[in-house]
Design a protein around this ligand. Structure first.
Ligand SMILES: Cc1ncc(COP(=O)(O)O)c(C=O)c1O
Length: 396
C-alpha cells in the first residue's frame, strides 16, 4: 500500500506567515521512510521512535555553519536517549540540563561538567548542592530568591539571568512562566553586586518551535541592555545565551536556520569577542531524525463523530498535539479523507490528541500511524499512566 500524508492537507499555512514565503524555501531533512518499513519487519509490540543519528549529526553541523559564533548546548530534555547524546558529544555540542538526572546521564557519558549549563530557573537546594559538588559552574536564575539560594550553596557560581523575550509565533510558548521583566532585572543586578555574586550572563527563550526570527532580535537587544546595567553595577557580563526555540518543518512554514541566523548574526555582530555566545537548541537537533510509530487500537462512532484510538496518545508521546504544534502524520490507507477525533489508549478525558482532523475514512484497527519529524519531545514526555508501556527508542 502506498504511504501518503493525509493530515498535511488540512494543516495548511498559519495566516500570519502567509506573506512570508521566503521563510520556507530551504529544503529540510526527514528520516528516509524505508527505514521505518525495515524496523517494522523486526516486529511491533509497542509504540516506538526510530532515530537516525546521522541526521542529528547533519543538524549540528548545519547549526554551527549558520551561526559560527553561537555554540550549541543541546537541551537534553528534548530527547535524552544516551545514543543521541553520544552522537551530540561526538559532534562537539555542549549541554543544557533541567535536573540532576540529566546531569548524571551526561557525566556518565564523559561530558566535562564545565560544558553543562544548569538552565532550569528553579532548582532545589539539594539539586544545587549535588550539581555544585560535581563541578557544574553555570546556573540560571530569574528571581532574587534563586540568586540568594544559589549563592548560599556555591558562592563562586557563575550565574546568568533569564529575561523575558517575546514568544510571538511560537507553537509551544514558554513565556509567562519564566523570565524577568526589564524593571525586575534591576533588583537582581543590585543584589548580585551586593552579595559579590558572579552574575555574568543573560539568557532568554523565544518559545519552542518558534517561527518568528524577530523574537531573537528583540531578545538579544534586551540582553544587551541588561549587560549595560550589569557593567554599571560593577559586574562582568561575559555570557549571552540565546536559548532554544529553533524550529523544524512539520506542516506549517518555518524560517530556515539560515534565515534565523541572518537575524542572530546581525544582532550579535557588535558583541565583544570576550563574550561567549551560546544557544540551547533541543528540537532543532533531534526532531528531524525520528519517526514515531504507533498503531490504531480501535475505531468507534460516538455522537455521530468518528473516533480513532491509538496506542500512544497524550501520555504516550503525542502530548505536543495538544498545543499549536501540527505533525505530518502518514498512514497506509488511501481512502477518501474524512474528519476523525484521535484519542490515546488511557481512560483519561484529556487523552485526546486531535479533533476533526482529516484522515482516510477507511482507517481500521491495527493500522500503523507514522508521525514524521518526531524525534523531540515525544518519548521524552511519555509516561506509563494507566499501565501502558513506554514507547521504545530504536536507533539506526
Ligand atoms: C531552558 C531551556 N532551554 C532550551 C530548551 C529547548 O528548546 P527547544 O527544544 O525549543 O529548542 C528548553 C525547552 O523547553 C528550555 O526550557
Amino acid at each position: 500500500m502506498a504511504v501518503r500524508s493525509v493530515a498535511v492537507k488540512k494543516q495548511q499555512t498559519a495566516p500570519e506567515f502567509e506573506q512570508l514565503p521566503l521563510f520556507d524555501t530551504h529544503p529540510e531533512v526527514r528520516l528516509d521512510f524505508s527505514h521505518v518499513r525495515e524496523a517494522l519487519k523486526q516486529g511491533y509490540t509497542k509504540p516506538f521512535l526510530l532515530v537516525d543519528t546521522s541526521i542529528v549529526r547533519t543538524k549540528v553541523r548545519r547549526f554551527k555553519a549558520a551561526m559560527p559564533r553561537v555554540h550549541p548546548h543541546y537541551a537534553v530534555k528534548a530527547n535524552p536517549d544516551p545514543r543521541v547524546l553520544a552522537t551530540l558529544i561526538e559532534e562537539g555540542a555542549g549541554f543544557e540540563i533541567a535536573s540532576i538526572a540529566e546531569l548524571d546521564l551526561l557525566l556518565g557519558l564523559g561530558v566535562p561538567a564545565a560544558e553543562i549549563y544548569y538552565s532550569n530557573p528553579m532548582k532545589s537546594r539539594d539539586y544545587l548542592q549535588y550539581a555544585a559538588k560535581r563541578g557544574v559552574e553555570w546556573y540560571v536564575l530569574d528571581s532574587v530568591e534563586e540568586l540568594r539560594k544559589i549563592a548560599s550553596v556555591k558562592a563562586d557560581a557563575r550565574l546568568y539571568v533569564r529575561i523575558e523575550a517575546p514568544n510571538i509565533g511560537s507553537d509551544w510558548p514558554l513565556t509567562g512562566k519564566f523570565g524577568v521583566k526589564n524593571e525586575e532585572v534591576d533588583g537582581i543586578v543590585a543584589e548580585a553586586a551586593r552579595l559579590g555574586a558572579d552574575l555574568a550572563g543573560v539568557t532568554f527563550h523565544v518559545g519552542s518551535q518558534c517561527r518568528n526570527p524577530e523574537n531573537w532580535r528583540v531578545g538579544i537587544q534586551s540582553a544587551k541592555r541588561v549587560f549595560k546595567k550589569m557593567r554599571l553595577a560593577g559586574l562582568k557580563p561575559r555570557l549571552l545565551n540565546i536559548g532554544g526555540g529553533f524550529p523544524v518543518r512539520h506542516v506549517k512554514p518555518i524560517p530556515s536556520i539560515e534565515k534565523i541566523a541572518e537575524v542572530v548574526n546581525h544582532a550579535i555582530r557588535d558583541m565583544p569577542q570576550g563574550v561567549r555566545i551560546m544557544a540551547e537548541p533541543g528540537r532543532y537537533l533531534v526532531s528531524d531524525a525520528g519517526y514515531f510509530v504507533c498503531r490504531v487500537v480501535g475505531t468507534a462512532t460516538r455522537s455521530g463523530k468518528r473516533w480513532m484510538c491509538w496506542d500512544a496518545g497524550v501520555f504516550g508521546g503525542m502530548i505536543e498535539t495538544t498545543e499549536g504544534l501540527r505533525y505530518d502524520v502518514l498512514t497506509d490507507r488511501t481512502g477518501k479523507p474524512g474528519p476523525w477525533c484521535i484519542a490515546g489508549p488511557t481512560c483519561d478525558s484529556v487523552d485526546v490528541c486531535m479533533r476533526d482532523e482529516t484522515f482516510p475514512e477507511d482507517m481500521q484497527e491495527g493500522d500503523f500511524i507514522y508521525v514524521a519529524n518526531a524525534g523531540a519531545y515525544t518519548t521524552a514526555y511519555a509516561s506509563s499512566f494507566n499501565g501502558f508501556p513506554l514507547p521504545e527508542v530504536r536507533v539506526i
